[in-house]
Design a protein around this ligand. Structure first.
Ligand code: HEM
Length: 395
């Protein structure tokens, strides 16, 4: 068996080149992310899709914690981790059902006017600035404002929140993780108490009511649920917007095609998800029994990482996968995952991205990248695929 692939800074700076080599060799390879863990990395589309829906792979947080070498459990050791993304059925089914209705395409469509309003206000500020960091001034504030409003987190706290949640989605020391965990947890516990005293029309107030009326949601689960929705609801969408704009600015003929026919927008968003999706590797799973993948038999109780970024560039599934083509049929991409943990927020993410990209392009006909693409610094994270800073000139 080949040497484990090291998931280090160089890997995150250019994962596509390494993934191409790995896919050519086989569907799976041992890998070592930071913190000394040893995992199996899945890179081909067919195997990735099958394993995402394979019930022999578990996401049970408590059992996963036992498999980590002493002290390396990171975010899994946090009491904020009692959420659906760290659960198997029946807990997963129960938790997901409680919030499912709030995130259907139909419910989410009602948010359109408000999302357009937030977008236009942010674009007004961009127009005044000239040259800006797209991430900081547009791609970040839009989704965080939307998810905070939906949950009932006061807008004035959203910046604080971003600082606290950073260590959960980036390489961070155990100490940074612990501090972030404490800050977020005590903030959310207070917020839940405030909603109990004075409920609003928001999702968190509704969850507090469910929790008070029966045994369907424990106090730890409500705080973890709020945490998951807040983190999943902004860190990812930020990078769908930023990676999408970046892809267009690097492919002027695609940008021209989209400007020429804005009805291509929904299809273009699917292609951005496929071409450079916001999640590099899906969250950790482990085998509950031996599983054969290609020539490899993964023993029981070992961690498996499934690369969505790699699966979406597999030429057995998508022709010319390294070419951005906003007219291609990109459906079937794995950017939102697959199986029971398929992204709950996909309709919201799609809606936000369509509004954000559509209005940005129509407002600024001369939009340009203000950095050599080779100089972009990509985040060192197995989870998030996105550049720290994307300087643009709005013209
Ligand atoms: C472009 C933006 C987004 C992308 C690419 C994305 C991607 C994903 C992926 C890949 C998963 C599955 C992870 C796994 O199986 O390991 C997931 C799960 C999830 N996402 Fe998203 N997401 C996005 C936006 C959102 C938004 C806006 C929300 C809103 C609240 C959200 C909430 C969730 C939740 C709650 C789960 C866990 C579902 C479960 O365990 O059943 N996501 N997302």
């Amino acid at each position: 068996m080949s040497e484990p692939i090291r998931l280090n800074r160089a890997f995150f700076q250019d994962p596509h080149t390494i993934y191409r080599e790995l896919r050519a060799e086989g569907p799976i390879r041992p890998a070592t992310p930071e913190r000394g863990l040893r995992v199996w990395l899945v890179t081909r589309y067919a195997e990735a899709k099958a394993l995402l829906a394979d019930p022999r792979l578990s996401k049970d947080g408590d059992r996963a914690l036992e498999l980590f070498p002493e002290g390396t459990g990171g975010a899994h050791a946090s009491s904020l981790s009692a959420h659906m993304l760290n659960s198997d059925p029946p807990d997963h089914t129960r938790l997901r059902k409680l919030v499912n209705r709030a995130f259907t395409a139909r419910t989410v469509a009602r948010l359109r006017p408000r999302i357009e309003q937030i977008t236009d206000r942010l674009l007004d500020d961009l127009a005044a600035a000239g040259t800006v960091d797209l991430v900081e001034s547009f791609a970040f504030p839009l989704p965080i404002t939307v998810i905070c409003e939906l949950l009932g987190v006061p807008g004035s706290d959203s910046d604080k929140f971003r600082e606290w949640t950073k260590p959960f989605v980036m390489a961070a020391s155990a100490e940074e993780l612990r501090a972030a965990h404490e800050a977020v947890e005590s903030y959310l516990i207070e917020l839940v108490a405030a909603k109990r005293k004075a409920p609003g029309e928001d999702l968190l107030s509704a969850l507090v009511q469910v929790s008070d009326e029966g045994d369907r949601l424990s106090p730890a689960e409500i705080v973890s649920m709020a945490f998951l929705l807040l983190v999943a609801g902004h860190e990812t969408t930020v990078n769908l917007i930023a990676n999408g704009v970046l892809a267009l600015l690097q492919n002027p003929e695609q940008l021209a095609a989209l400007r020429g026919d804005p009805s291509l927008l929904p299809n273009a968003v699917e292609e951005f998800l496929r071409y450079e999706g916001p999640i590099n590797i899906a969250t950790l799973r482990f085998t509950t029994e031996p599983i054969r993948v290609g020539d490899v038999e993964i023993p029981a109780e070992e961690f498996v990482m499934i690369s969505l970024l790699s699966a979406n560039r597999d030429d057995d599934r998508f022709s010319e996968p390294d070419r951005l083509d906003i007219t291609r049929s990109a459906g079937g991409h794995l950017a939102f995952g697959h199986g029971i943990h398929y992204c709950l927020g996909a309709p919201l993410a799609r809606l936000e991205a369509e509004i954000a990209l559509g209005r940005l392009l129509s407002r600024f006909p001369k939009l340009e990248l203000d950095i050599d693409p080779d100089a972009l610094q990509w985040r060192v994270s197995t989870l998030i695929r996105g550049a720290h800073v994307v300087p643009i000139r709005v013209g």
